[in-house]
Design a protein around this ligand. Structure first.
Ligand SMILES: *[C@@H]1O[C@H](CO)[C@@H](O)[C@H](O)[C@H]1NC(C)=O
Ligand SMILES: *[C@@H]1O[C@H](CO)[C@@H](O)[C@H](O)[C@H]1NC(C)=O
Length: 359
C-alpha cells in the first residue's frame, strides 16, 4: 500500500457514516459533493452505494431536481462499505483504468499535466517502462504523482526546482481532542525531498540523520527526537539475550515442575508406606490379643465341662502352647481376667486408631 495514503485510508474507517443517506433513484444536489475537510474523503448526499449524478435522464424526479443518486459503477476496495453480501457489487477497474473518488465508472488513465484528484497518483499515466521502474518508489505510483490536482512525474533531481503539496488531516482523540497531521508530498526523484522554503530537491537522510519531517528521511519516519528512525512498518527485532533468557526460563520452569512433582510424590509414597506399616502393626496386635483371648477362653470353659470328664481338655486344646499355660485352674482364671481387661482396653481401638492415622 502507498504509505502516504495510510492516514487518508484510515480516517474513513474511523468515520464511515459520513456519507449521505439518500438512496438510489432519489433526487440529490451534485453541488453538495465535496471533500470532507477533516479526512479528505469525498462525501455527498447519496448513501455509500450511490453517487450524485447531474444526469437525471431516465428518472422521474420532482421539478427542479439538480441530480439523482445513481448506483455506483466501479469500486476501489475489494470489500466495499455499505453493501450486504447478497447485493450486486460494482466491478474493480482493470489495468490502464482507474475508479475515481465518485466511483461512477472506470476511466482511462490521465496523461501528464491532466487534472487529477487529491492523493490519487494511480489516476495518472506513468512514464514508459524503463523510466517508470527508475522513478517508482513508495511515495508515487510507477513514477507518476498527483500534485496540486495535476498529474506529474516524480523525476526532479537534487538541486533542481520542485513542487510541494501539503495536506492537513484532522484526527480525533478518543477523549474528544483533535490533532493535525500534515502530509507533505513532492515530485523529487527517489533519494530527494522538496524543501518547503527553497523549493529545491534536497537529499533525504539515512536512519540516524537529523530531520524535521517524515519526508526528509529515507525511511519516511522522523522520530520525536528529530532523528530518522527505521521505517514505521519494519519488523521489530528481539535481542539475542532475550531469546537466551526465554530459553532459560522455559528450562527452569520445566525443571522446577519436575522437581516439585518428584518431592510431592516422594512425600506421598512415604506417607502411604507409614500408614501401611501402622496398619500391619495394628493387625499384629489384634492377632496377639485375639490369640491371647482365645487362649484364656478355652480353659475358662473347662469348669462347666469338667463334669463330663477329662475329654473336654483334649477337644479344645488345639494349640499346645495354650494348653500348657492353662494346665492349672487358678492360672486359667487369672489369665481370663487379664485377657478380658486387656481386650476391653485393646480390642476397640482399631477403627479409631485407623482414623487417627489418616487412612
Ligand atoms: C445521461 O444518461 C443516459 C442514460 O444513462 C445516457 O444515455 C446519456 O448519454 C447521459 N447524458 C449525458 C450528458 O451524459
Ligand atoms: C519530468 O517530468 C515532467 C512532468 O512532471 C515532464 O514534463 C518532463 O519531461 C520530465 N523530464 C524528463 C527528463 O523525463
Amino acid at each position: 500500500m502507498h504509505p502516504l495514503l495510510v492516514p487518508f485510508l484510515l480516517l474513513p474507517l474511523l468515520l464511515p457514516a459520513h456519507a449521505g443517506s439518500i438512496q438510489q433513484g432519489n433526487a440529490c444536489n451534485p453541488l453538495n459533493t465535496h471533500l470532507n475537510p477533516a479526512n479528505k474523503q469525498l462525501t455527498g448526499d447519496c448513501d455509500s452505494t450511490a453517487f450524485c449524478s447531474s444526469n437525471t435522464t431516465g428518472y422521474d424526479l420532482p421539478q427542479g431536481s439538480a441530480g439523482v443518486c445513481r448506483p455506483k459503477g466501479c469500486r476501489r476496495d475489494e470489500y466495499p462499505f455499505g453493501y450486504d453480501s447478497s447485493s450486486y457489487i460494482p466491478p474493480r477497474c482493470g489495468t490502464g483504468q482507474f475508479c475515481p473518488d465518485e466511483e461512477d465508472s472506470c476511466q482511462p488513465l490521465l496523461a501528464l499535466g491532466s487534472p487529477c484528484q487529491l492523493n490519487r497518483d494511480d489516476e495518472c499515466l506513468p512514464p514508459a517502462s524503463p523510466l517508470a521502474e527508475q522513478l517508482s518508489s513508495e511515495r508515487n505510483v510507477d513514477g507518476a504523482i498527483c500534485l496540486n490536482f495535476q498529474c506529474l512525474w516524480a523525476n526532479v533531481s537534487l538541486g533542481q526546482g520542485c513542487e510541494v503539496e501539503n495536506t492537513v488531516y484532522t484526527g480525533y482523540y478518543p477523549g474528544g481532542g483533535t490533532f493535525y497531521d500534515v502530509v507533505s508530498r513532492d515530485n523529487c526523484a527517489t533519494g530527494g525531498y522538496c524543501d518547503g522554503v527553497q523549493r529545491v530537491c534536497m537529499p533525504t537522510a539515512d536512519v540516524g540523520g537529523t530531520c524535521s519531517a517524515d519526508k526528509e528521511c529515507d525511511s519516511y519516519n522522523c522520530l520525536p527526537t528529530s532523528l530518522c528512525g527505521p521505517p514505521a512498518d519494519s519488523a521489530s527485532t528481539v535481542p539475542a539475550y532475550i531469546w537466551v533468557a526465554l530459553a532459560l526460563g522455559i528450562f527452569l520452569c520445566a525443571l522446577l515442575t519436575t522437581l516439585g512433582l518428584y518431592v510431592v510424590h516422594r512425600r506421598q509414597r512415604a506417607r502411604q508406606q507409614r500408614q501401611r506399616e501402622e496398619y500391619w502393626a495394628e493387625q499384629d496386635q489384634y492377632r496377639e490379643v485375639l490369640a491371647r483371648a482365645r487362649g484364656s477362653l478355652q480353659p475358662a470353659l473347662t469348669p462347666t465341662q469338667g463334669g463330663l470328664g477329662g475329654q473336654g481338655w483334649g477337644r479344645y486344646r488345639d494349640d499346645p502352647r495354650e494348653g500348657q499355660e492353662s494346665s492349672e485352674g487358678s492360672l486359667v482364671l487369672a489369665l481370663q481376667a487379664q485377657g478380658e481387661s486387656r481386650g476391653s482396653a485393646e480390642s476397640t481401638p482399631p477403627g479409631q486408631r485407623r482414623r487417627r492415622s489418616g487412612l
